[in-house]
Design a protein around this ligand. Structure first.
Ligand SMILES: CSCCC(=O)C(=O)COP(=O)(O)O
Ligand SMILES: [Mg+2]
Length: 239
């Protein structure tokens, strides 16, 4: 069990925290990989696609990269699991359509949904901060094996609207957007660099360590830690 946290809101990382990295890598990544070419050629004029392609060209320095070159870059980033914002934007477009079509259903560890419901019922606000785009997060929480969980969530943050997950400034931005005092926000993540950044911004932190997840062996440094959400002792005082 963690120490007790008296906070107003819990902010959730997804991959490795609420949900299995294996599911993301084995199910979602191939789903996006096989659809990048069609997206880049048939929908190049969609504003979201065009903006992401421009970001890929800027990041790679290949100002004239055609659709095939951009696809190659996206696949290389997928191979190295690089959380590049334009990759996440394009994946979000593809995944949200896949969830809407019923091709995809999200994954949550079995301890997560009961805890989210209990925390929400206890008056805690729930937010998401993930490298997955806001569109992907919305689809992820809407299409779960336990139905639509989006009504539990008060706001969604990604690397586009908040910034990189290992920079304290991103957590300051989220605190300001939610209107919650930094010390009343509890961040749950599997990655020590993210936990360090949140703490540097004045947030409370719990590192989630699930056996089999990529960061399990590395540990979470001196952050409080939990193996499941049942072990997180959190509430919101009303006085
Ligand atoms: C629904 S988000 C899909 C997962 C993903 O692509 C991702 O990058 C998640 O990273 P996180 O910051 O949640 O560890
Ligand atoms: Mg994570």
């Amino acid at each position: 069990m963690t120490p007790h946290f008296d906070v107003d809101a819990v902010v959730l990382d997804i991959e490795g925290t609420t949900s299995a990295t294996g599911f993301v890598v084995d199910v979602l990544y191939p789903y996006s990989r096989s659809r990048f070419a069609a997206l880049l050629t048939e929908r190049a004029g969609d504003p979201e696609v065009a903006r992401a392609v421009a970001q890929v060209r800027e990041l790679t320095g290949e100002a004239d990269a055609d659709a095939a070159q951009v696809e190659k870059t996206l696949n290389a980033w997928l191979d190295e699991d690089r959380k590049a914002t334009p990759l996440k934007t394009l994946q979000g477009v593809i995944w949200s359509e896949g969830f809407a079509r019923g091709d995809l259903v999200s994954h949550f560890y079995e301890d997560v949904v009961p805890a989210l419901r209990a925390w929400h019922s206890a008056g805690l606000r729930l937010y998401v901060y993930s490298s997955g785009s806001v569109a992907a997060q919305r689809a992820w929480f809407s299409s779960t094996p336990e139905g639509d969980l989006l009504p539990l969530v008060s706001g969604l943050y990604d690397t586009e609207n908040a910034g990189p997950k290992q920079e304290p400034e991103s957590y300051r931005r989220i605190a300001s957007a939610t209107g919650v005092e930094p010390g009343r926000l509890l961040f749950l993540s599997d990655r020590p660099g993210e936990l360090d950044a949140a703490r540097a911004a004045g947030w409370r932190t719990v590192g989630i360590r699930r056996p089999g997840e990529p960061y399990y062996e590395q540990g979470v440094g001196d952050h409080a830690q939990a193996g499941t959400f049942d072990e997180i002792n959190v509430s919101r005082s009303t006085t």
